[in-house]
Design a protein. Sequence first.
Length: 364
Amino acid sequence: MNRIRAIIVPAAVFQSVIVGGAYGTGREVVEFISAYGALGGLLAIATAGVSFGVVLAASFEFARVFAAWDYRQFLRALLGPAWIAYELMFAVLLIIILAVTGAAAGKVLTDALAVPSAVGIALLFVGVVMLNFFGRSIVERTLGAGAIVLLTGLLAYSAAIFFDEKTALWQHVNAGSVAPGWWLSGTKFAVYNSALIPVLLYSARDLRDRASALWAGALAAVFGVLPATLLHLTFVAGGPQLLDEALPTYAMIERFMPAAAPLYVIILFATIVQTGVGVLQGLNERLDGWYLEHRARTLSPAFHALVAGFVLLCSLVLSHLGLVALVARGYGGLAWGFFFVFTLPLLTAGVHKIARHEARRTAS
């Protein structure tokens, strides 16, 4: 049972963190997946799924072999002194994620429930600070429960639409619509979502052997693309006009399940909170690792909450000043930067280091 839990937890945490904001609204799925046609979107998802699986499995195994459970330890073991490049890029990415998270939290409740945006931002702030105060165990349980709720809701939503539009859906898929560039778009989708993997390694601490690490990577990949698969198929059923919607998932729910719209808003808001909680827990794990190394103890729960609140507040202020919008324009380049400082070194030097470590262990 402990082994099964060790495999499921990192998969659930990965899904809960990446499915927020643009992914949860469906806009990200439209841009990277559905824009390439019914069949082309499925091929893009398959590309992303394979990419996720390889990178996640290698990450979990590298972390297990070198006992590197925060991104500082992980990147130092992988890159040596050059690890600081990841730290600098992550600082920028963290600000963007939290700023977008804050904006989404305010907008979702305002647009759907006519609640002032300040209320959504305040609820986000309280939720993030409280969960980071309670620490890793509560964060993992919350994100795990969130993954279950999200998948249950998505399955119910998808089933309702598939039943309503079953013939049209399969006609679209069977027509074989494939736009060029699907493989590159699927790769991009995987690359920029994979950037957060080192930050989420705290959830993989209980992996005890290579088989568990590989299974966890495979399951996390499935968890990562399953929501995109379900959303894409519902968008196919909804027709091409859905590609122009700012909130395509909400548009589909209003069209087919209007009574469920408030429930969708609540679930989406929860995924937004989970994204903020997950990345800030990763930051606190990194700070704990440094403090443990230099002071032989970890930081207090109150300090964790203070860090989470301070970083979130700074990100919201920077967003209001327009700095984040400027930085976000270069987000595509930032995502490829993570490919060169994390993904590529992991799949080359990282795999070599794992093999060398295992050879030494066997020889001794």
